[in-house]
Design a protein around this ligand. Structure first.
Ligand code: AGP
Length: 608
C-alpha cells in the first residue's frame, strides 16, 4: 500500500522525507515522489521505480532545499506505474500539491465535473481529481477547502496537502486509510505508519476518520468536519527504533521468524498467571461469555489461517459453534448476526480494508467485536469493543510470520478462557495445556537452532515448479499457511490440500519428482497420514514430512523428515509452521527474490 510522509519545521525536509519513505518501503510500492516548498513555491520531483532512483534525481536531497514538504510511495491502483502517475499530484497551476493513500471511488464522476469546469488531466490516476478539486474550492484557507473536498469525495483516503500561498502550514486528513501525526520540538510530521518518523519523535496523535489536521512548525490543530477543534491524547510509542530495523539479519523476514520465541512469550506471558488464563485486556464478562451462542472469526490471508485454527481450539475447549469467514466474502454475503453473536476480527496491521469493512458490517448488525491486532491504536483496534493485542512488535516483512504465531497464541488464550468460563474444561485440563503452552517459545527456539537442515532441503528443491502441502485437521490448517508463505515470497505455484481429499481429484497432478510437504503432527490422524504419504510416493512424489519427534516410524515412508518437539496435539500448530516459514524463506533467497517486499504485494492492503 502507499506510504505518506510529511514534515514542517526547521530542518532540511527532503532528506527527512526520503528516509521516512525508506522506512515505509515494506508497504509495497512501484514509484515515489516529493513536493517541497522551495524558493517561494511548491516544487515536485517524482519517479517510477525504487526510491533510490528518486534519491539520485534529488541528488540525495540537495536539489530541493526547504523546510516543509510531503513525500509518497505509490502502490498503483488506477493507472500504471509511471512518472506521471506517481504522487504528489498538483493542481494545473502547480499551486497545490497532494499525496494520497486509498481509492477515490467516484473519481470518474469528479473528473467529468472538473473537466466541465475547464480542468485538464495529465495522469490516469484517481488521485489527480483531488488535486484539482482542492484547487477548485481553494479560497485561501486549506482546512475550509479540505472540508469541501471531503463532502464531494467518496472512497478511502489519507491526504497530505501543501500550497504555494501557505509556506508555513501542512494540512492532512484521513478516512479509512491510516495516518498519524508526529509531534516534535519546533517541528511536526505526518506519516502512514510509525516507523517513518520514530527516529524523530515517539509522541504521536492517532487520527480518527474524517479528522483534519493543520500543522505549523510550532502548532498542531485538529478539527472535525464541522471545523470544531478537537483535543486528543498524545500516544507514546514504546518500541525502539531497532525493532523496526534489520538488526544484523539479512532480511526482516528471517529476523521476524527468529523473534517468534520472544513474540510468543510477550503475548502469552502477561495472560498466564498461576497456571490459569487472565484476559484483563478484554471487557467481556463471565455473563457475556456464557451468553455467546455463535462466533464468527473474520480475517484475510494469513490472519484467516490463524482464524481456522481458532475455530478448532474454541469448538474443542469451549464448545461454541464457530464459523470462519474471509473478510472480503463476509462483508457481502448478508451474514446472519443474531443475539449472542461474537465476531472475532484478526488483523496484524489493523488497517486491512476488507477486514475493517467486515467489522463495520458486523457491528451495524449488532454483533459484539473482539479484535486480535498487532498494531496499537490501529483503525480496527479503535473500532472494536474489545482488543486482545498480539505483542509481536513491528512486523516489517510483507510475509507475516511472528504476527501469525502470536495470533495463534491469542486464539488459544481465548479458547482456554472461554472453555473455563463455560465450564467445558476442568482446571486440571487447563493446567496441562498451559504447561505445554509455556514451553512453546523454547521449543520454537529449538526448531530455529536447526534451521540449517531446512536451508539444505530448500537448496535441493528451490527449482520446484509445483509444491503440494497436505495435512489433516490442524495440520491441514497449517498446510494452508505454509503454501501461502511459499507462494508469496518465492512465486512458486503451490496448493494446500486436506490429505484425505487428495484422492478425489488432485492426486492426478502428482507425478515423478513432485514435491509434497506432508504434515503429520496429530497423533489421532498419524496412521491416516502415513497412508497418504504412501499414496503420493507410489506416484513418484518426493516427500518432506513434519512430525512430532515421538513418531519416528515416518522415516520409513518420507524422503526427508523434520521433527518438532513433542507437545499437546492442540498446540502443535505454532511449532509446525516454523519449518514451513523457514523453507519458504530459504527457497526465496535461493531464487534471488525480493524476500521482504515480494512483487505485487503490500504489507497492509488498505484498498479493496
Ligand atoms: C501474509 O503473509 C500476507 N502478507 C497477507 O495474507 C496478510 O496476512 C493479509 O493481507 C492480512 O493482513 P492483516 O493481518 O494486516 O489484516
Amino acid at each position: 500500500m502507499c506510504g505518506i510522509v510529511g514534515y514542517i519545521g526547521k530542518r532540511q525536509v527532503t532528506p527527512i522525507l526520503l528516509e521516512g519513505l525508506k522506512k515505509l518501503e515494506y508497504r509495497g510500492y512501484d514509484s515515489a515522489g516529493v513536493a517541497v516548498y522551495h524558493e517561494n513555491k511548491v516544487n515536485v520531483m517524482k519517479a517510477k521505480g525504487r526510491l533510490k532512483i528518486l534519491e539520485e534525481r534529488l541528488d540525495g536531497g540537495k536539489k530541493l532545499t526547504g523546510t516543509m514538504g510531503i513525500g509518497h510511495t505509490r502502490w498503483a491502483t488506477h493507472g500504471e506505474p509511471s512518472d506521471v502517475n506517481s504522487h504528489p499530484h498538483t493542481s494545473t497551476s502547480g499551486c497545490i500539491a497532494i499525496v494520497h493513500n486509498g481509492i477515490i471511488e467516484n473519481y470518474l464522476r469528479l473528473r467529468e465535473f472538473l473537466t466541465g469546469k475547464g480542468y485538464t488531466f495529465v495522469s490516469d490516476t484517481d488521485t489527480e481529481v483531488v488535486a484539482h478539486l482542492t484547487d477548485y474550492y481553494y479560497e485561501g484557507d486549506l482546512v475550509d477547502t479540505i472540508i469541501k473536498v471531503m463532502q464531494k469525495v467518496e472512497g478511502s483516503y489519507a491526504l497530505g496537502i501543501i500550497c504555494n500561498d501557505k509556506p508555513g502550514e501542512l494540512v492532512a486528513v484521513r478516512k479509512d486509510s491510516p495516518l498519524i501525526v508526529g509531534l516534535g520540538e519546533n517541528e511536526n510530521f505526518i506519516a502512514s505508519d510509525i516507523p517513518a518518523i520514530l527516529e524523530y519523535t515517539r509522541n504521536i496523535y492517532l487520527l480518527e476518520d474524517k479528522e483534519i489536521v493543520r500543522l505549523t512548525q510550532d502548532e498542531v490543530t485538529i478539527y472535525n468536519s464541522d471545523k470544531e477543534e478537537i483535543s486528543k491524547e498524545v500516544f507514546t510509542v514504546n518500541w525502539d527504533v531497532s525493532a523496526a530495523e534489520k538488526g544484523g539479519y539479512e532480511h526482516f523476514m528471517i529476523k521476524e521468524i527468529c523473534e517468534q520465541p520472544k513474540a510468543i512469550k510477550d503475548t502469552i506471558g502477561p495472560r498466564i498467571q498461576n497456571g490459569g488464563i487472565t484476559l484483563d485486556d478484554i471487557k467481556l464478562t463471565k455473563q457475556d461469555i456464557e451468553a455467546i451462542r455463535k462466533i464468527y472469526i473474520v480475517a484475510c490471508g494469513t490472519a484467516w489461517h490463524a482464524g481456522i485454527v481458532g475455530k478448532t481450539a474454541i469448538e474443542r475447549l469451549a464448545r461454541i459453534p464457530v464459523e470462519v469467514d474471509l473478510a472480503s466474502e463476509f462483508r457481502y454475503r448478508n451474514p446472519i448476526i443474531e443475539e449472542g453473536t461474537l465476531v472475532i476480527i484478526i488483523s496484524q496491521s489493523g488497517e486491512t480494508a476488507d477486514t475493517l469493512a467486515a467489522l463495520r458490517e458486523a457491528k451495524k448488525r449488532g454483533a459484539r467485536i473482539l479484535s486480535v491486532v498487532n498494531v496499537v491504536g490501529s483503525s480496527i483496534a479503535r473500532e472494536s469493543d474489545d482488543i486482545l493485542y498480539t505483542w509481536a512488535g513491528p512486523e516489517i516483512a510483507v510475509a507475516s510470520t511472528k504476527a501469525y504465531t502470536t495470533q495463534l497464541s491469542a486464539m488459544y488464550l481465548i479458547a482456554l478462557h472461554m472453555g473455563v468460563v463455560k465450564g467445558h474444561i476442568t482446571q486440571d485440563e487447563v493446567n496441562t495445556i498451559v504447561r505445554h503452552f509455556e514451553q512453546i517459545p523454547d521449543k520454537v527456539q529449538s526448531i530455529l537452532e536447526n534451521k540449517e537442515s531446512i536451508q539444505y532441503f530448500a537448496s535441493k528443491h528451490y527449482n520446484a515448479k509445483h509444491v503440494f502441502f497436505i495435512g489433516r485437521g490442524l495440520d491441514y490448517n497449517i498446510a494452508l499457511e505454509g503454501s501461502l508463505k511459499l507462494k508469496e515470497i518465492s512465486y512458486i505455484h503451490s496448493e494446500a490440500y486436506a490429505a484425505g481429499e487428495l484422492k478425489h481429484g488432485t492426486i492426478a497432478l502428482i507425478e515423478k519428482g513432485t514435491l509434497v510437504v506432508a504434515l503429520a503432527t496429530q497423533d489421532h490422524l498419524f496412521e491416516k497420514m502415513l497412508s497418504n504419504i504412501k499414496e503420493v510416493k507410489a506416484r513418484g512424489a518426493v516427500v518432506l514430512a513434519i512430525a512430532q519427534e515421538t513418531n519416528r516410524e515416518i522415516e520409513k515412508e518420507a524422503d526427508f523428515v523434520l521433527y518438532i518437539p513433542e507437545t499437546d496435539p492442540l498446540l502443535t500448530t505454532i511449532q509446525t509452521v516454523v519449518p514451513l516459514q523457514l523453507f519458504a524463506y530459504y527457497v526465496s533467497v535461493e531464487k534471488g527474490c525480493d524476500v521482504d517486499k515480494p512483487r505485487n504485494l503490500a504489507k497492509s492492503v488498505t484498498v479493496e
